[in-house]
Design a protein around this ligand. Structure first.
Ligand SMILES: Cc1cc2nc3c(=O)[nH]c(=O)nc-3n(C[C@H](O)[C@H](O)[C@H](O)COP(=O)(O)OP(=O)(O)OC[C@H]3O[C@@H](n4cnc5c(N)ncnc54)[C@H](O)[C@@H]3O)c2cc1C
Length: 381
């Protein structure tokens, strides 16, 4: 189906994102997997090309695109390389940086944003804890006032960019008596005493991402690193989570779509019983179903992107886009593995890696169950 979301400016921008992936990322695919991280020089190149500063005001060195469609273009093209590139850079520029842009005061924005735009500062966001991620309001990390400072204690886990991050927005309990209203956001910086980045976690997929635990032991965080108002952390996260979920939905659809079209080509070339496997009725129908599923999911997600660009995306519609696209991605990639036969199970094939990379999308940024909980509540249930 013809898409109507993007205009000529977006498509021109897509060319530069595609060129970046082709030039700096794809030729080093194996190196990224071996290193379990996206090397800093790739971050700096992404910064130079403007992909990290789409939400950052021009006066702080960003592009101030003011149109979420540009973020979506980057997500679509980065997902073509692999999910980890898209999620790592997305956590930085599409998720964490907006916290600083929207909640930061002028001094904080000046202090951090220019280096976020260049890739000199890699950002992460720490919400999830070893004791739980879905029940965010019940988080255990604490920050206690000491003069002008905060003393931070606790741990976060599964943190994207966790090993290499220079700056992490940490959700911490600043008032134990107030439940969700007792949570605040603190910016913790590399080098602060008592702040430790744990080892890179050994994940099922996305080996290119340096997902890690973070530990805080009596970290003295200066008062000037409180982001937004004290006690408003939970509300701020709820406001910014729909963009995270939408970005995730864009990734999900386009990651699966790229692999699906590679699988289609494979099905035209691979022969069994003297004919291309794609021309066998079962596979032909299966591919027809998969392409339809992807296009239908893409149409919903495109509409959500448009709504968000107009400032009208609801949290519930973002939740629908997120769980549905994750489910579709999972079904499509599983079928793509099947169409590849034994090769589909070999790590040297992109389809095998994509299948493993995608498993997490039903879990992170709010599980499918939590998305349905939000939707169910909206139905008055
Ligand atoms: C690779 C990766 C990267 C990540 N990156 C980040 C990051 O950068 N920053 C960050 O803060 N977090 C990150 N996360 C954490 C992620 O957001 C959490 O894993 C997720 O929110 C689920 O939390 P949990 O793992 O504690 O599961 P739990 O909350 O323990 O949930 C376990 C199961 O119970 C179900 N469940 C829980 N509550 C309900 C309910 N009310 N109704 C029905 N079912 C329920 C869940 O759906 C799930 O199936 C990442 C995770 C992974 C795997």
């Amino acid at each position: 189906m013809r898409r109507t979301l993007y205009g000529p400016d977006h498509e021109a921008f897509r060319e530069s994102a595609r060129e970046f992936v082709n030039r700096f990322v794809l030729p080093r695919a194996e190196e990224l997997i071996d290193r379990h991280e996206i090397p800093r020089d790739i971050w700096l190149e992404a910064g130079k090309a403007g992909f990290l500063g789409l939400e950052i005001p021009e006066r702080f060195g960003g592009m101030e695109a003011g149109d979420y469609r540009f973020n979506a273009i980057v997500a679509e093209e980065f997902a073509r390389a692999n999910m980890a590139l898209s999620s790592s850079m997305g956590i930085h520029s599409d998720i964490t940086v907006p916290y600083i842009v929207h909640l930061g005061n002028e001094e904080q924005r000046e202090r951090w944003l220019p280096r976020c735009a260049t890739g000199e500062l890699i950002c992460a966001i720490g919400m999830t804890e070893p004791s739980g991620g879905s029940d965010l309001a019940n988080l255990k990390t604490t920050a206690v006032r000491d003069g002008d400072d905060w003393i931070l204690n606790g741990a976060k886990t599964f943190i994207t960019n966790g090993y290499n991050c220079d700056l992490v927005v940490v959700a911490a309990r600043t008032d134990p008596s107030k439940g969700a209203k007792g949570i605040s956001l603190l910016v913790v910086e590399r080098g602060m005493e008592g702040f430790e980045n744990g080892r890179k976690l050994d994940k099922v997929g996305q080996p290119e991402a340096d997902t890690a635990e973070l530990f805080f032991k009596d970290v003295r965080v200066p008062g000037k690193n409180l982001l937004g108002e004290e006690g408003m952390g939970f509300i701020s996260m709820m406001k910014l989570l729909p963009q995270e979920r939408l970005g995730s939905a864009v990734n999900n659809v386009h990651h699966a779509k790229h692999i699906l079209f590679e699988t289609l080509e494979y099905s035209k070339e691979r022969k069994a019983f003297g004919q291309a496997i794609g021309t066998m009725q079962y596979n032909k129908f299966l591919l027809a179903e998969l392409v339809t599923k992807i296009e239908v999911a893409e149409a919903y997600v495109d509409q959500a992107v448009e709504a968000h660009a107009d400032g009208k995306l609801t949290a519930v519609d973002a939740a629908k886009a997120k769980w549905w696209s994750a489910q579709t991605q999972s079904e499509v990639l599983d079928a793509c593995v099947q169409i590849h036969g034994g090769y589909g199970y070999m790590n040297e094939y992109r389809v095998a890696r994509a299948w493993k990379d995608a498993r997490v999308t039903k879990i992170w940024a709010g599980t499918n169950e939590i998305m349905k909980e939000l939707i169910g509540r909206d139905l008055g249930l």
